[in-house]
Structures are given as structure tokens and as C-alpha cells.
Design a protein around this ligand. Structure first.
Ligand SMILES: C[S@@+](CC[C@H](N)C(=O)[O-])C[C@H]1O[C@@H](n2cnc3c(N)ncnc32)[C@H](O)[C@@H]1O
Length: 243
């Protein structure tokens, strides 16, 4: 199930009920402490995260543990940040569980991009600026940089997940694709959480803004004219930086 981007009130009702009925919960790094606080006392919580840029528990090991817990007759929740079907490795886990004959339901969550859109007021498809939106991960399985060609520019919004370690390569790739150096970008760190931070920058300024503001995971980049719709009214002035 998806835990959403952090704010516990963004859980689905279905997800909340699943947590309350869980015997065993396997969770990742991006699941916020406030959500883990909702678990019933009897639930066994098992951390199977992969801390940012490190290996952590292997995917094969996670699948083995999930199968063993389910076969033990427990109600098992596999809790992932955001939506489990968006950059969440759910494919491998679903295949492994189904091959082992374990019944699985998927409970969606609010993905980081739409959580960030709500908390910043940046309307991803504002009709004045964009008729399409793409979600891309900067970290491909083979370690290469994701393809951003054709995804940013006039009329298009691009949301980049897992991009902070590749901000310089992303800046170069966007510029090589003809995106103007002054094209706007919002960096949203800890979207929907109490410590959310928003940095407004440009394609040319992206890497410097990440370094200067010491942006940390989890953070994403919203690239496009829709950044003009940013409305920081909901957060205090100290949390807003222009860089
Ligand atoms: C492995 S992906 C998981 C995405 C998740 N399944 C989703 O749907 O949001 C992790 C990346 O999601 C983004 N992310 C997740 N939660 C976030 C948050 N609260 N604020 C900003 N970015 C977030 C970051 O780019 C982070 O590196």
C-alpha cells in the first residue's frame, strides 16, 4: 500500500483500515514516523528500506520475507512512500508474491508529485501553461540518466523524482534539448510534511540551487511554466528560499 508523501492525513481510508488490521508491516525509508505511529501495538514493524543512495535490504530478500510472513497466516502490509505503483518497485514484489501463490491487493497512495502540487499550489496542468505532465525518475536501474528529451518546454510540465544527485546532468540534458536556461523549476523537499521547503530556481541555476541550499532526499523537481502558479500562502516566509 501507498503511504502518500508524508502527511498522515493523506492516507486513503482503505490504507488506514489496512494498517489498523495489520499483523506485520514491512516499511521503507520514505514512510513518515507519523504514519508508523498509527500502527496498532500488536503489529510487528520490519524496516526493509534502502537509505538514499545505498543498497539496504535486497529486493529478493524482501520478497522472501513477505512470502514467509504471509504463509505464516499473518495479515501483511507492505508499506511504501507515495504510490506503490509509481517508482516503487511494486512490479517485482507483485510478481514474486503471485508466483508464490500469495493473494495480494494493491492500495494506492498519493504520489509525491501530486502531493507537492497540492502543498505548493503549483497546478501541474494549469491550462494557461501545460497540456501534459510527465513523471520521470533520474535514477534508472542501469545507473544511467533518465531520458528527458522532449518532456520539458512550452506547454509541458516535467516532474523529476530522485534527481538531487544528478542535478548538474539534468541541467545539461535539459539545456541540450533546447530548454531555455531561464525556464522555471521548483525544487520541493519534504513535500506535505511539516518541514517542507520550496526553492524556486531555473534550469541554468538548478545544480547550484541544490548545492547552495543543501537539498536533501526526499525532494523532486517541477520543471515548467506552471511554477508561476506557486502560491506559498500556506507556508511561512522562512520556509521559502529563492536560489
Ligand atoms: C523511490 S521514489 C518513490 C516514489 C513514490 N512511490 C511516490 O509515488 O511518490 C523516491 C523519490 O520520490 C520523491 N519523493 C517521495 N516523497 C517525497 C516528498 N515527501 N517530497 C518530495 N519528494 C518526494 C523523491 O524524489 C524521492 O527521491
Amino acid at each position: 500500500m501507498g503511504a502518500g508523501p508524508g502527511d498522515p492525513e493523506l492516507l486513503t481510508v482503505k490504507g488506514y483500515l489496512a494498517l489498523k488490521g495489520a499483523d506485520v508491516v514491512f516499511f521503507d525509508d520514505l514512510v513518515s514516523p507519523e504514519i508508523l505511529d498509527l500502527l496498532p501495538e500488536r503489529a510487528r514493524c520490519i524496516y526493509v528500506g534502502k537509505p538514499y543512495q545505498s543498497a539496504g535490504v535486497s529486493q529478493a530478500d524482501i520478497i522472501t520475507q513477505l512470502i514467509a510472513a504471509a504463509r505464516g497466516g499473518h495479515r501483511v502490509v507492505r508499506l511504501k512512500g507515495g504510490d506503490p505503483m509509481v517508482f516503487g518497485r511494486s512490479g517485482e514484489e507483485l510478481e514474486g508474491l503471485r508466483a508464490a501463490g500469495v493473494a495480494v491487493d494493491v492500495i494506492p497512495g498519493i504520489t509525491a508529485a501530486t502531493g507537492a502540487a497540492a502543498s505548493t499550489g503549483i497546478t501541474l496542468t494549469h491550462r494557461d501553461y501545460a497540456a501534459q505532465v510527465s513523471f520521470v525518475t533520474a535514477a534508472k536501474r542501469d545507473g544511467g540518466l533518465a531520458e528527458v528529451r522532449g518532456l520539458a518546454g512550452k506547454g509541458r510540465t516535467l516532474v523529476i523524482y530522485m534527481g538531487i544527485a544528478r542535478a548538474d546532468a539534468l541541467r545539461d540534458a535539459l539545456q541540450a534539448d533546447g530548454v531555455a536556461p531561464s525556464w522555471p523549476i521548483a525544487i520541493v523537499e519534504n513535500a506535505t510534511r511539516a518541514n517542507e521547503r520550496v526553492i524556486i530556481t531555473t534550469v541554468a541555476g538548478l545544480a547550484d540551487a541544490v548545492t547552495r541550499n543543501v537539498v536533501r532526499s526526499p525532494a523532486l523537481f517541477i520543471v515548467g511554466e506552471v511554477v508561476k502558479t506557486y502560491s506559498p500562502a500556506a507556508i511561512s516566509a522562512e520556509e521559502v528560499h529563492h536560489g
